[in-house]
Each structure stands twice: as C-alpha cells, then as structure tokens.
Design a binder for this molecule. Structure first.
Ligand code: DP6
Length: 369
C-alpha cells in the first residue's frame, strides 16, 4: 500500500445526514515511538499492547451543508461543548482532507467521552483520534458504491482496506493512534524482519506469541494528573537535533527484533529488561534534548524502586513502562494478578494522586457501536 492508495477516486453515493459511533482503546508502547519526520512518519518502528478498558467513545453526526468552502464542526466532551479541542481537530481535518474529499461538504457534530477519568494524564489522543478516524471511514464507506456482488475474499480485502485507511488517517491525527484499532499487539513503522510493517499505518503483529503474554495485565498508576509541561509533539521535534538520535533509532530497530524472539519464546525476564530499558530510554531522550525536560515526578521514581525491590524479594515478573508523562504502567502476567494487586494496594497507592489507579489489560481493538 502506498499513500496514493488512500486517495479516494469518486464517491458514487450521496447521503444527506446520519451518524456513526465507535469505541476505540488506548495503547501502551513496549518499544517506543519518539521522533518523527514530516507527515507523521516515525523515525523508528514501535510496538504496543492494545488496552481493553481505557477507551474513547465517539459519535459523529453529519449533515450536508450548502457551501463547501471550509470545515464546519462542533465538539462535545461528556455533553459539554469543548472549543479548546477544535484547533487539534482543525489541524487533523486539514491533514486528512486529501484522503477524504467529503470533509468540507458536511457539518459535523463530534460527541466524545472517555472511560478513564478526564485529565487523568492518560493520553486520550490515541483513543480519541482513532475513534474519530473510524467514524469518518464509516461515512466514506457509505459514500463509496459497495458492490453487493463481492465474494468473501473480496469482502475481507475491503475490510482490510477499511482498517488500514482508518489507521492511516488516525496516524495523521496522532502517531500512536494508528496502533489502537486492532489488538492485541500492533506494530507501526517499517521493520525489515516484520512482514507487512509500514510507516503509513499500524499492522497486527503477524507472528506467534507465547501463552505467557496472553491476557497480560496493565495497572496504570495515576501519579500526576496535571497538564504536561511539554507536549509529545514538542518532544518528538526535539529529536531532530538530538545528539543521540541516530543511535536511539537504531536501538529501537534492534529492540523490536529482540522482542520478536522474546514474544515467541515467552521469556519474561528478557521482556522485563527490554521494556523497562525502553521506558527509561524514552525519558533519557527527554532529559538529553535541548531544551531538556523531565516528565517523571518523584513518585514515579519511588514506584519504580518499589517495583524493583518487590521483584527481587519475590521473583515476580512484574515490570513497569512509562509513556510521555509521570504515570506508571505496571505490567504483569495474569497468574500474578492477586499478589500484585495486593502489593499495589499496600505499597504503591500512596504514591498515586488521590490514591487513583486503573486496572487494565491487553485488548483487541476498536468496535463499531
Ligand atoms: C511516548 O503519538 O502522542 O507515547 O504523533 O505528536 O501525536 P504525536 O505523538 P504521540 O506520541 C506518543 C509517544 C509515546 C510513545 C509511544 O506511544 O510509542
């Protein structure tokens, strides 16, 4: 698939108004995306677990308008009008207009809500942008003349195209969003030994994964729910003149190769070492940018040390990862759930803001509602 394949030919159907709704989950990267080129092309490949419980639910209502001169839309979060979301969506629409030529022909009402607490510091951009991209694709699907004579193989190709293009569009909203449509592991970014991987959209990890990783758990400890001082977009851009950038991009390629063999063998110790190193490397890149910045908080480090001590003392396979913020994702196999939740309640909750955390686990992607 190339970018050209996502430019629509012509729309043969006409539709006055209607609505579509999708729920789409968040995801947590194991090998991190940090650094991008123009048009949201990642500097290195990444892979993530799709989450199950942290989701955005978006309803897109549309009605034909008279003039096609500009975008027209309104946004609501939990039934409240949110004009401060508009610039991000306006930018998104501008970027995807080339691929969805109907965008200026409609007025849109975007109603969205998250299953996780608002301003929990959990990025809603991955779930939010993927849900919106899917709603827009549902509309495109209606506008394209669906050929009812398609056989089963052709229909499945049609479905594949739908998801690929939705992921392609979501990427243009927020890079990591393109990994939220499917599950349970998604790769984004060209990697020589992962078949089908591409910089343009996320693909399901195509190889065998050991039972050890089935139903893997992720408890998200909410350490700091405040607004981030430095956005991901600014952080990505600081990789342009970063002294360690090229080595980091190489390392991500190598780590993804190593992770493939870890996933196949079910080697939990190697998984822990790789995932924790990726999380700390991400933050090390932030600390060595110019200007430099730190998104971890003292309690992030308290939690990391507690996890390391617990692992030493118990032989548990618990580990942590971080995204671009202070919250800690605690990852562990399902069979340790009882003990680890006890450990979290006894020893980690005190480092969470208002004692808050979210229990999540690996999930299987977005759903149309
Ligand atoms: C640290 O996808 O939020 O979570 O493309 O600028 O919207 P934009 O950035 P975003 O960056 C996420 C970075 C990360 C790592 C990851 O998810 O791979």
């Amino acid at each position: 698939m190339s970018e050209q394949d996502f430019i629509p030919k012509s729309y043969t159907n006409s539709i006055e108004k209607g609505s579509f709704a999708w729920s789409s989950p968040s995801n947590i990267a194991l090998v991190k995306y940090w650094g991008k080129k123009n048009d949201q092309i990642p500097e290195n490949p990444s892979i993530s677990f799709t989450l199950n419980n942290c989701k955005t639910i978006t309803k897109l209502s549309f009605s034909k308008k008279e003039h096609n001169d500009d975008f027209s839309f309104e946004v609501f979060l939990d039934n409240e009008q949110k004009d401060d979301f508009k610039p991000k969506i306006q930018t998104f629409f501008k970027r995807i207009e080339r691929y969805l030529s109907f965008l200026k022909a409609y007025h849109f009402k975007i109603e969205t809500s998250n299953t996780f607490p608002h301003s929990s510091g959990i990025a809603s951009s991955a779930s939010g942008m993927s849900a919106l991209a899917l709603c827009l694709m549902s509309l495109e699907k209606e506008l394209v003349n669906i050929d009812s004579t398609l056989n089963a193989d052709e229909k499945s190709l049609d479905e594949e195209y739908f998801i690929q293009k939705a992921s392609f569009l979501a990427r243009l909203g927020s890079g990591s969003a393109c990994r939220s449509l499917e599950g349970d592991l998604v790769v984004w970014g060209k990697h020589d030994s992962i078949e089908g991987s591409t910089d343009l959209y996320g693909v399901k990890y195509p190889y065998k994964v050991h039972e050890n990783f089935k139903n893997y758990q992720d408890t998200i400890l909410l350490v700091d729910k405040g607004e981030k001082q430095v956005s991901s977009t600014v952080g990505h851009n600081l990789m342009h003149d970063h002294p360690f950038a090229q080595e980091r991009f190489k390392q991500a390629h190598n780590n993804l190769s190593k992770l493939s063999s870890i996933l196949k063998k079910g080697d939990l110790d190697a998984f822990i070492a790789l995932v924790e190193s990726e999380a700390l490397t991400l933050h090390a890149m932030m600390m060595t940018s110019m200007p430099y910045f730190i998104l971890m908080k003292p309690n992030t480090l308290e939690i990391i040390n507690k996890i390391w001590n617990y692992r030493k003392a118990t032989d548990s396979k618990i580990c942590f990862t971080l995204d671009a913020g202070a919250n800690v994702h605690v990852l562990y196999p399902e069979n340790e759930m009882k003990n680890i939740l006890e450990f979290i309640n006894n020893e980690l909750v005190e480092f969470c803001q208002k004692g808050q955390y979210i229990n999540d686990k690996i999930g299987f992607g977005a759903k149309q509602l």
